[in-house]
Design a protein around this ligand. Structure first.
Ligand SMILES: Cc1cc2nc3c(=O)[nH]c(=O)nc-3n(C[C@H](O)[C@H](O)[C@H](O)COP(=O)(O)OP(=O)(O)OC[C@H]3O[C@@H](n4cnc5c(N)ncnc54)[C@H](O)[C@@H]3O)c2cc1C
Length: 380
């Protein structure tokens, strides 16, 4: 049996797990990652990261490399199904391929001396002994388990509140990457639907996510393929030029968006939940991965400041992260309602607020200005 008895076990090598691994090793705390997938898994699609996450990636020494391979925005434009509504300046937002972020996090973790064990699916956790068993029959003891196992976390289901059955949100989403001359973040808002598009590098690759209200409950899966003709049919109220030029080798995906109620606590004996495992959220503010990075960074800092006393670290983690992430979960749901309004009077009022006030930009700024590093210092 390998000896990981002084390590924090990180379950899941997604954005949360890799960020946590980098942050812990940077603080000099031993950590090892276990990931159920194989090393060469593609992570597809794109992601936007706002300054609340970027300033932490900078502290993890990833930001500069990421910036060189991505697109940095300072402006967003909004249109109705046909006509422009407004444009506004945004605080810094970086958009990139998910794979780019994952590759950089992965190599940073390795450069800090981290171990990733792929093809390791957790099948049992004995919280009393802090012992993990994997499907390949390997068993290890750890100091602590950080569950970064995503939206369908088996650790959350086994050790936290019951009743986490996902409820269909009433929205289904499409995503894809194509070519376009678009140079900023662009929102198109139609009755009961919206399309957000942004360039992800300087080569003209543009990612889009298109969401619409739909009664049919599509699967909650990132891997369900869709066809271009179905996409155009779903969004026939828009001019088809709203989408980038789609290439055969870049697939289109369609899936259902589901909601889970917030947890009362993100921690339990010997377990800390991080990222989507702790607070799955609808994607309308583009903050899920940003929250995962904030969680990871905060927990690592607290482990350092509390000198390995996990009970004390968990108390503060729960306090600051639950408050922050619940707010973002609620704001994301509200944003979904704002994007998908159908009533013409409400749509007119929404568009006027967007056109004649700074409210949308100011609301975003409040979210993006949050500094997880400073927040932990305030509590330490
Ligand atoms: C359409 C869409 C667009 C989005 N856009 C944005 C955006 O622009 N900006 C943003 O900040 N966020 C965005 N998000 C949210 C973001 O993708 C997630 O919040 C983020 O990926 C969560 O990372 P995670 O590491 O917590 O979970 P995941 O990425 O799901 O990683 C979990 C990992 O755990 C592994 N795992 C699971 N179970 C086990 C097990 N039993 N044993 C071992 N390993 C296991 C999985 O294989 C996986 O690698 C978007 C989400 C959607 C759906």
């Amino acid at each position: 049996m390998d000896n990981y008895s002084k390590h924090i076990a990180i379950l899941g090598g997604g954005i949360a797990g890799l960020s946590l691994g980098c942050a812990l090793l940077k603080e000099g705390i031993p950590a090892v990652i276990f990931e159920k997938m194989s090393e060469d898994t593609s992570h597809g699609a794109a992601i936007s990261l706002s300054s609340n996450a970027l300033r932490l990636l900078d502290r993890l020494d990833i930001y500069n490399d990421l910036k060189n391979k991505s697109f940095v925005h300072s402006k967003a434009t909004i249109q109705g199904t046909k006509k422009s509504i407004c444009s506004f300046n945004t605080p810094e937002v970086l958009t990139t391929r998910r794979q780019t972020l994952m590759t950089l996090l992965h190599s940073r973790f390795k450069s800090l001396g981290g171990d990733i064990n792929f093809d390791h699916t957790l099948i049992n956790f004995d919280a009393k002994k802090c012992e993990v068993t994997f499907s390949n029959n390997k068993k290890y003891y750890f100091k602590h388990l950080a569950a970064c196992d995503g939206v369908r976390s088996s650790i959350r289901d086994s050790f936290f509140q019951a009743n986490q059955n996902p409820k269909y949100s009433g929205y289904s989403a499409w995503r894809g990457i194509g070519k376009s001359v678009l140079k900023n973040i662009h929102f198109a808002l139609g009755p009961g639907s919206h399309v957000v598009s942004y360039p992800i590098n300087s080569d003209g690759d543009v990612s889009f996510v298109a969401v619409r209200k739909e009664d049919f409950q599509f699967k909650e899966s990132w891997k369900e393929l869709g066809s271009l003709s179905n996409l155009l049919q779903d969004f026939s109220t828009y001019d088809s030029s709203i989408f980038p030029e789609l290439k055969a080798e870049e697939p289109l995906y369609k899936w259902g968006i589901y909601v889970r109620p917030p947890l009362q606590s993100m921690t339990a004996k010997n377990i800390t939940l991080v990222g989507d495992a702790a607070h799955p959220m609808v994607p309308f503010l583009g903050q899920g991965a940003c929250m995962a990075i904030e969680d990871a960074y905060s927990f690592a800092m607290l482990c350092k400041y509390k000198n390995g006393n996990f009970i004390d670290a968990q108390k503060i983690y729960d306090l600051i992260r639950s408050k922050r992430t619940k707010k973002i979960q609620q704001a994301s749901l509200l944003q979904g309602k704002i994007y998908h309004m159908k009533n013409p009077m409400m749509v007119l009022a929404r568009n006027s607020i967007m056109k004649y006030t700074n409210i949308p930009g100011n609301d975003l700024k409040k979210i993006h200005d949050y500094d997880a590093h400073q927040e932990v210092l305030n509590f330490s």
